[in-house]
Design a binder for this molecule. Structure first.
Ligand code: 13P
Length: 249
């Protein structure tokens, strides 16, 4: 049985006060979440605050991005060693907003994935197709290309210590969730690709779904056999919604 995992991707949202109240709200009712590991990924500047708020709880934290480089003259970048310093467990790599708005290529995402693993943290590798790619029947080709970039650089064994998040771009922030069956089909495809190389790794790797998940649709999605939890944007900013999603795991 794979452990359910629910990760909040706060994106560029939050403030010291809003974070405090959100985390307090989550902590207050965290015992209502029985079967999911819960994690939050705030903006970098709040990692210190979040670490303080979450120490001695069962809730994990991580970051939304990382540099592929170790240190040096890279203005505005954040190194993996800094994320280790702040106790991060997870690092999201290849979110579609990074790919589309900041030009991150499959190869760069694979380098970041490698960097995260080299420091002993767990990469959450995001994959997913654009609406026009889905409509052209290219969903599997796109997802396979994104996955292969990591496999080519890091090999199949690397996936055992990683999480994959399938996030169809057309479902992100649109209120238009993939149907449970649409999501399950792609998750099964991803697991099948991995299984063709190593059945044991395929059986272990958590594959999360992301894209307009909320407290009302999470259960339906998470009961699908290849969906092991969610990567949550908007609904992770409200304690009640985030907890309801955790309870669905
Ligand atoms: P929404 O849940 O707001 O659609 O965002 C999903 C997402 O991009 C999580 O990484």
């Amino acid at each position: 049985m794979r452990q359910s995992l629910v990760v909040g991707n706060w994106k560029m949202n939050g403030s010291i006060e809003a974070n405090r109240s959100l985390i307090e709200g989550i902590k207050q009712n965290i015992t209502s979440v029985k079967n999911s590991e819960m994690a939050v990924c705030p903006p970098f500047v709040y990692l210190h605050q979040i670490r303080e708020l979450l120490k001695d709880t069962s809730i994990s934290w991580g970051s939304q991005n990382v540099s592929q480089r170790d240190s040096g003259a890279f203005t505005g970048e954040i190194a993996i060693s800094m994320l280790v310093d702040f106790g991060c467990k997870y690092v999201i790599v290849g979110h579609s907003e990074r790919r589309s708005l900041y030009g991150e290529s499959d190869e760069l995402v694979a380098e970041k994935f490698a960097k995260v693993q080299s420091a002993g943290l767990i990469p959450i590798l995001c994959v997913g197709e654009l609406l026009e790619e889905r409509e052209a029947g290219n969903t599997e080709t796109v997802v396979k290309r994104q996955l292969d970039a990591v496999l080519n650089l890091q090999g199949i064994a690397s996936l055992e210590k990683s999480v994959i998040a399938y996030e169809p771009v057309w479902a992100i922030g649109t209120g238009k969730t993939a149907t449970p069956q649409q999501a399950q089909d792609v998750h099964a495809f991803i697991r099948g690709q991995i299984s063709a190389l190593d059945a044991e790794v395929a059986n272990k790797v958590q594959i999360l779904y992301g894209g307009s998940v909320n407290g009302s649709n999470a259960k339906e999605l998470f009961t699908m056999s290849d969906i092991d939890g969610g990567l949550i944007g908007g609904a992770s900013l409200k304690a009640e919604d985030f907890l309801a999603i955790g309870q669905a795991g």
